[in-house]
Ligand binder design. Structure first.
Ligand SMILES: [Zn+2]
Length: 408
């Protein structure tokens, strides 16, 4: 047993649901952790008075703020190559479409397993350094029976939250974009059969989640339903990409009806969609890095929150539409561009992400939670949005162990 006391915390964000304010803020706070779990939370003065915690180590936070580690509930980190040229073209006026994924598919298929593991581990460390202690990531850049299970297996090496996304786009050899230059071996129906059959069967043992990109240029609502139901029969839990490029009430209704933990993007929602989502337990995960990187209109988070929808914020880190792994940057965007308060944005990037992954052990710092803490180089969490682009992560603990620090 190793007990550590974190004290002299100027501002502690607990996300304690019992607290009066949504972030469960405690000023001049302390926390005790016992190995990988939080065992005590309160004021620094009370920690001193109660003594008797049998402390092995003391961490002095010097009056700085401490927040729960970020929970990034949506990323695509298993890939090779990048699409900087496509980004540059888009910033010069070219439109975004879902079809650009195929260049990443080419690069990913031609990379070796060792290369993919190295790339993924590098990215996982990049997330940790920025305070993300829990993240979901997906397959979806192989789009074949050998590669998709491999991507899920590799992902499982860096996170428990692995999503099988064989239904990312229709690959060129099944008539998807770029089929003019490919050897076509089947129809899109054949591809959906494969996703629901051999690909799912081989991927499911490595995955927790099933997902579909249900949008213009990707999969139809009927195809999404087939894939999600097949995944659920294989023991996976459903989540969905929908309404990124255009309104899609049928996709939103499908996601709610199947009990998706989260529907992600939701940039275009009708009033009826918002009402339906508010009456459900499905989280809406907003991905403002996408709107930033595709120069598109942002979703209206204010409208969702005011209607009672549970909102998460994630990066969607991927080489095409949002190549940022910074949750702090997404918090800034959410505040500046989507009508959220800084408190709401931080909640959505921590506790909200945990809800989107059906997790109760992360995203908050309460007794029993995982000891995933981020010490900010700032006196208050507000600095996350107030100082956009500034690296404010001073030290990061995951399961009670320091995994990143910017001080000697
Ligand atoms: Zn995505």
């Amino acid at each position: 047993m190793t007990r550590t006391l974190f004290t002299n915390i100027g501002q502690l964000v607990t996300n304690d649901e019992q607290a009066r304010d949504p972030l469960g803020l405690i000023a001049d706070a302390a926390i005790v952790i016992d190995n990988e779990r939080v065992t005590w939370v309160g004021s620094a003065a009370a920690a001193e008075v109660s003594g008797g915690h049998d402390i092995d180590h003391v961490v002095d936070c010097g009056g700085r703020a401490v927040i729960p580690g970020f929970v990034d509930a949506h990323s695509h980190l298993v890939f090779a190559g990048d699409r900087a040229t496509e980004f540059e073209a888009r910033m010069s006026g070219a439109p975004y479409s879902a079809g650009g994924i195929r260049s990443t598919v080419r690069a990913t298929r031609s990379a070796s397993e060792g290369q993919l593991v190295d790339l993924l581990e590098h990215r996982a460390h990049e997330l940790l350094r920025q305070g993300t202690t829990t993240f979901e990531t997906k397959s979806g850049y192989h789009l074949d029976v050998a590669g998709e299970p491999l991507a899920c297996k590799i992902a499982r090496g860096v996170t428990d939250e692995v999503t099988f996304l064989g239904a990312h786009v229709i690959p060129a050899e099944y008539g998807g974009r770029g089929h003019e230059e490919a050897r076509v071996i089947g129809t899109r129906e054949d591809y959906v059969d494969l996703v629901c059959g051999a690909m799912l069967e081989a991927s499911a043992p490595h995955a927790r989640w099933i997902d579909v990109f249900c949008d213009e240029g990707a999969f139809t609502v009927a195809e999404a339903q087939r894939v999600l139901e097949a995944g659920m029969r294989a023991g996976l839990v459903p989540r969905l990409h929908a309404a990124q490029l255009a309104p899609n009430s049928a996709a939103i209704a499908l996601g709610v009806q199947l009990g998706c933990a989260s529907i992600d993007h939701c940039t275009y929602l009708t009033d009826d969609d918002v009402t339906l989502l508010a009456s459900s337990s499905t989280v809406v995960t907003l991905l403002p890095g996408v709107e930033f990187s595709t120069r598109s209109p942002y979703p209206d988070a204010r409208r969702l929150i005011d209607a009672g929808v549970t909102v998460a914020i994630s990066t969607d880190c991927n080489p095409g539409s949002s190549y940022t792994s910074s949750m702090a940057f997404c918090v800034s965007l959410a505040v500046r561009e989507m009508g959220m308060t800084t408190a709401e944005a931080l909640w959505s990037a921590t506790a909200g992400g945990a809800r989107a992954l059906l997790r109760t052990d992360v995203g908050r710092l309460v007794v029993g939670a995982r000891a995933d803490l981020v010490e900010l180089d700032a006196p208050s969490y507000v600095h996350l949005a107030y100082r956009p682009g500034v690296p404010l992560t001073r030290r990061v603990w995951k399961n009670g162990v320091v995994v990143a620090q910017t001080i000697g």
